[in-house]
Design a protein around this ligand. Structure first.
Ligand code: NAD
Length: 318
């Protein structure tokens, strides 16, 4: 039986990844600074540790006499655009420390395979209709925010350790990921969860506020597709960064209309000033496609899975 360590197992994608790995027959240790809110006992073992501290990273990686076969590093100080713009120093400090210590110790302790969760935030802003950007397009670098810069730096840390220690490194650049059991309230939620919450809270015929003019273009990747992509990439021989995303590009207003349709509500949008992020995104997924991966769940179907779950959370706190 293979052993896997999932850093950030108390979070959204990490929580889903734990379940996937257990389903594949792995013995899984999860580690996080907080327990998972909805699936706290999904891993075989959970360690509550702050991975900004080197000694805690060592504890997480120590497995009586053995070495983890695979380490998945998803722990990060993380949130949607509102959080990314208001917590620049926390992101640059906390996530960088986690990645510096985890990568260094994993390599020195002989971990053969290491996964790092990066982001399409490493890319520069794009204009709507620009040709697809490939992974190499991240350099020369001009990320829109510090979150992207930290990811780019940590990718390079991981690749440097791969060169020095021979640890096989796999790096995915995730597009926006959404689905049940993700943060939906509190300031760290991302756009799909925020729109689901706002529409669940408002009465039929009501108005919701949306940051910016609603024209920013994004693609949204459903969590089961993302997990499948992570798993396939980790077990492939694809070196360097690999984009993982659904090729369906929609405006923020289209996202709102999709959620409203699924909710069965008539909604008006009031555009208000707020942190929007880049104007457009359009990435090549050719590298992950070369493994046979394809997004299976497009936006409306993914929202049909996500909206009812968020509606339940909204009703539960009323
Ligand atoms: P998340 O916030 O739900 O999960 C991150 C987890 O890291 C949280 O449970 C958090 O408690 C944990 N963490 C933070 N600081 C820690 C510390 N000091 N020690 C231990 N654990 C700590 O986020 P997510 O959406 O599941 O994202 C997972 C990874 O994927 C992150 O690295 C994120 O940057 C990356 N990513 C996510 C998206 C997305 O759309 N969700 C997009 C691009 C990249």
């Amino acid at each position: 039986m293979k052993n896997a360590l999932v850093c950030g197992s108390g979070g959204f994608i990490g929580g889903h990844l734990v379940k996937k790995l257990r389903g594949e027959g792995y013995q899984v240790r999860g580690v996080d600074i907080k327990r998972h809110e909805w699936s706290p006992d999904a891993a075989d073992e959970f360690m509550l540790l702050d991975l900004r501290i080197e000694e805690n990273c060592r504890k997480a990686l120590t497995l009586d006499g053995k070495t983890f076969d695979e380490v998945y590093q998803l722990a990060a100080d993380m949130g949607g655009m509102g959080f990314i713009h208001s917590a620049e120093t926390e992101i640059m400090h906390n996530s960088a420390l986690i990645n510096i210590y985890m990568t260094d110790l994993a390599a020195r302790m002989g971990v053969p395979r290491y996964f790092f969760s990066s982001s399409v935030c490493v890319y520069r802003d794009m204009k709507p209709g620009e040709p697809e950007m490939t992974e190499e397009g991240a350099i020369p670098a001009h990320p829109d925010n510090e979150y992207g810069w930290e990811k780019l730096y940590s990718e390079r840390v991981a690749l440097a350790y791969e060169r020095r220690y021979g640890m096989q490194v796999r790096i995915a650049r995730f597009q926006n990921c959404y689905g049940p059991e993700g943060t939906w309230v509190g300031g760290r939620e991302k756009a799909p969860a925020a729109m689901c919450r706002k529409i669940a809270e408002v009465e039929d015929g009501g108005t919701i506020e949306v940051w910016g003019d609603g024209s920013a273009i994004r693609s949204y990747t459903y969590v089961s597709d993302m997990i499948e992509g992570i798993y396939m990439l980790m077990h492939s021989d694809l070196h360097g960064a690999v984009n993982i995303g659904c090729p369906q590009y929609v405006s923020v207003d289209e996202l709102v209309h999709t959620v409203a349709r699924v909710a069965g509500k008539r909604i008006s949008i009031k555009h208000v000033p707020g942190p929007v992020g880049v104007q457009s995104r359009n990435f090549s997924n050719d590298r992950i496609y070369s493994l046979g991966w394809r997004a299976k769940v497009y936006l409306e179907d993914g929202i049909k899975q996500t909206y009812p779950w968020i509606e339940l959370q909204v009703k539960a706190v009323k």
